[in-house]
Design a protein around this ligand. Sequence first.
Ligand SMILES: Cc1cc2nc3c(=O)[nH]c(=O)nc-3n(C[C@H](O)[C@H](O)[C@H](O)COP(=O)(O)OP(=O)(O)OC[C@H]3O[C@@H](n4cnc5c(N)ncnc54)[C@H](O)[C@@H]3O)c2cc1C
Length: 444
Amino acid sequence: MPLFLPSPADDPSPLPRAYESTAPAAEDYPSLASPLAVEVAIAGGGITGLSAALHLAEAGVRVAVLERRTVAHGASGRAFGNVVPYAKHQHGHILKHFGAEAGQRIVGALAAGPAAVYGLARKHGIDCEVVQNGLIFAAHNRAAEASLRERADYWRTRGGGVDFLDGPETARLTGTTYYGASVLDRRGGTINPLAYTRGLARAAATAGAAIFEGTPVESIERHGKGWRLRTEGGPVTAERVLICASAYIGALHPALARCFVPMRAYQLVSRPVSPNLLAAILPGGQTLTDTRRLFSGVRVVAGGRIHVSADGPVFDAAAAPFADQSTDRIRALYPEIGTIDWEEAWTGWVAVTRDEYPRVHELAEGLWTAYGYSGRGIAFGTLLGRQLAWHAAPHAHGGDPAAAFFPVTPAAPIFGHALARPALSLFMGYLRWRDRRDLAGAGR
Ligand SMILES: Cc1cc2nc3c(=O)[nH]c(=O)nc-3n(C[C@H](O)[C@H](O)[C@H](O)COP(=O)(O)OP(=O)(O)OC[C@H]3O[C@@H](n4cnc5c(N)ncnc54)[C@H](O)[C@@H]3O)c2cc1C
């Protein structure tokens, strides 16, 4: 396992065919070819940067998005597609970590995250295969059943939307008797993330944002009271800058790049499954994930294909993702499935922070960033893009200070960052072992 990992910034891997085949075609945005002056410049054309651009442009701010490759080239065009109303950690952990008041604000904002995503899709006519019939989160062992019951209880008096399902109810919706209990979170759902991200770009451009593809930002320097961004096509001067480059940041801001570890996440999509077998898989039409620590997403997508999130090498994609393990996992749920023919595999990079909580920093006056959503960035990135817009221009998003729900903290590079990579690799191995031990303990 290499100490110096392949840089996500150099990863040219194409966007998933599974998403391309049903998403509206990409718009053709130009590369920057001459000097530009704007109020706000954004480096990175994923969900965070484009949500920020849309909210700024709607508020009449002169804004430009500079994207190294193409819109959605990063994690945003490769996500599994779950639009989740919660963070990696449970609400109790969030309240403890951030304190009751800030924690409550975060939990509340996230609960409304899917509504924000679906609201934007509706408002801007973004055709992104919205399925809004809830997410099933199943318990992989008895201890997890208790925590899911607690989750449903918590929400019962706070707006609801989270139903505890016993074994038979879980089996009815999932088509498998593998799980003893689950919650159905009615607030969440799925989208085609590539289509959503492209739709955000189109909406931002329609509202007046300038979008440039094939335009890597090479450096960001102080320029009077504002900033100058160096690009091959000429300098961009801006009063404020948003770095929305996430794991793909490369050498743009070395201190920021040391605040997280980029990690690969994998997806697999099968060839079409025969309709009689398919009828028994997730008959309720929801996505299924479970309380295991690693990679448990399963859903059925267009053309009767099974789509799973898969385990795989943390950094080096030379080895194939763990297709056999994915097959075994689906067979454990649906023994009648037989052989699964995987049609496509892809990978993307996520930014893992020390505590798996996102970060919002003001790196210097007028230079902002947000990242680190731990695989929850569709809603979180949309919300924190909106928050960055508010920091850059407080009259954005109707001047509503509720947009700024997430605490702004100083950037703190991870001590011994080069060693954080092998440490993360070891940690993932440990989580795999814990998951296997839990499943064995539960007789699975
Ligand atoms: C395989 C996978 C599955 C996932 N599944 C889910 C899911 O089901 N649900 C969910 O909510 N989240 C999921 N996530 C996480 C989610 O996709 C991310 O958190 C979110 O897309 C991050 O968006 P972003 O805009 O911050 O970053 P990105 O989408 O990574 O965008 C960063 C952009 O910045 C550009 N860039 C970088 N450096 C520069 C530079 N110097 N100049 C110009 N441009 C630059 C990159 O090219 C890239 O396009 C998943 C992620 C992966 C990889």
